[in-house]
Write a protein that binds this ligand. Structure first.
Ligand code: F0G
Length: 400
């Protein structure tokens, strides 16, 4: 695995929180982007190569301590950073703007990725804007409908592999090397550079006062690794005073990092067959596992697992709070609930949960939950639609 190293010494004393804040009032595309706003810490790309859709600049929702959601999670100082508000509806746009800009700088004509859905949606869009050919490999029948439709709509060559994500990942690596195609999975270090900006921006949202904890879902494990990398750079520059702790949450059916954490192992052993309703994180052999182990260790972080039932119940709470997110994002609140119950996270600690994908990415899972059509699930928070005759009397009965 490669990693970008910045010459940070060059920036000591020359970069400050105030300088980043000053860009918030600018109308320039590179200042408005929640990634390029922090461009000194993203690999240098001349502005003419930058492919941006104004990614980032997402809302950090404060959650009232008395709200049903805060009580459910057991956290009194809770924020949700909604990365589903990115242009293609997921946090992947942050890494994709840096990845595709790098591809453009290098003069690449074709880009490719394997994906559980969001990376492919994002890559397809950014490649189309950059005028590049996009090829996406997705596990057949295992990606949410919203994401599949995006890849098709943005014009990517969409290859449905008769296998799981891990098989698609192996194949895309082989094909890219053979054909000279630029690979844009998160093993591409330039992807992780843009991804770091989630951490930068949430600090900026909090007026540079770091939270105690950042809670993220764990799938291919690029995101938590990127957030840690960005924080360690800000720490070196004296902009980040104190390192927040990371809590990575995995689905219990796709939990190789959790197993390693539990066993105290520094090597993550892949699991044979991943299974979870949160298809975005249905991954048995995460490519950024080694980087993630380091991120957990260096931030005194923790890894938790949650069942699909816990995920869908947490999702119902996040959705009903008016915020809404796709299933994979909701493992954060489900995990936080477990971690506060266990006393690992204290109720008075400041916690930011990262919601990684938009509620409309996977409408099937949501509608099935509320209609109690999910096999093997109980649906304590279901809000089922009511059928009613087209008469005033019937409507009056239905709305009472
Ligand atoms: N949440 C969502 C909505 C995702 O799409 C992903 C990953 C994750 C969480 C996990 O993040 O991989 O950095 O640990 N989706 C990838 C994809 C694998 O292909 O879209 P991670």
């Amino acid at each position: 695995m490669l990693e970008v190293r910045h010459d940070l010494a060059r920036w000591v004393g020359r970069l400050s929180a105030a300088a980043f804040d000053a860009r918030l009032s600018s109308k320039r595309a590179v200042d408005r982007s929640g990634v390029w706003r922090f461009r000194e810490l993203i690999p240098p790309v001349e502005e003419r190569f930058i492919v941006t859709r104004g990614e980032g600049a997402t809302t950090l929702y404060p959650i009232d301590a008395d709200s049903a959601l805060a009580r459910f999670a057991g956290a009194h100082h809770l924020w949700l950073k909604h990365e589903g508000e990115n242009p293609t509806g997921s946090f992947k746009d942050r890494g994709m703007t840096s990845g595709v800009s790098t591809a453009k700088r290098l003069g690449m004509a074709t880009v490719a990725c394997a994906s559980t859905g969001n990376t492919s949606a994002s890559m397809a869009s950014y490649a189309a804007i950059a005028g590049m050919r996009a090829i996406v490999f997705i596990p057949e029948g295992n990606i949410a409908f919203g994401k599949l439709s995006q890849a098709l709509a943005y014009g990517a060559r969409t290859v449905q592999i008769a296998g799981d994500f891990d098989a698609a990942m192996r194949l895309v690596e082989e094909v890219s090397v053979r054909e000279g195609i630029y690979l844009l999975n998160s093993l591409n270090p330039f992807r992780l550079e843009g991804q770091k900006a989630i951490g930068f921006e949430l600090l900026q949202d909090l007026d540079w006062e770091p939270p105690d904890w950042i809670v993220v879902p764990g799938g291919n494990l690029g995101n938590n690794s990127a957030i840690y990398k960005g924080f360690s750079e800000l720490h070196c520059l004296g902009i980040l005073k104190r390192m927040p702790r990371l809590a990575v949450i995995q689905a219990s059916g796709a939990n190789p990092l959790y197993r390693a954490f539990r066993a105290g192992a520094s090597v993550v052993t892949p699991i044979e067959k991943a299974e979870t309703i949160a298809t975005a994180i249905k991954i048995g052999n995460p490519v950024s596992a080694a980087k993630s182990v380091r991120a957990i260790k260096e931030t005194r972080g923790v890894v938790e697992e949650v069942t699909d039932q816990e995920t869908m119940d947490a999702k119902a709470m996040i959705d009903a709070a008016g915020v809404g997110a796709e299933p994979a994002s909701c493992v954060t609140i489900a995990g936080l609930k477990k971690l506060t119950a266990a006393g690992t996270i204290k109720p008075e600690e400041r916690v930011v949960c990262i919601l990684t994908g938009h509620v409309l990415k996977d409408p099937d899972a949501t509608a099935k939950y509320h209609r109690s059509e999910l096999t093997g699930f109980t649906t304590p928070h279901a809000n089922a639609p009511v059928r009613c005759e087209a008469t005033l009397d019937a409507v009056m009965r239905a709305i009472c």
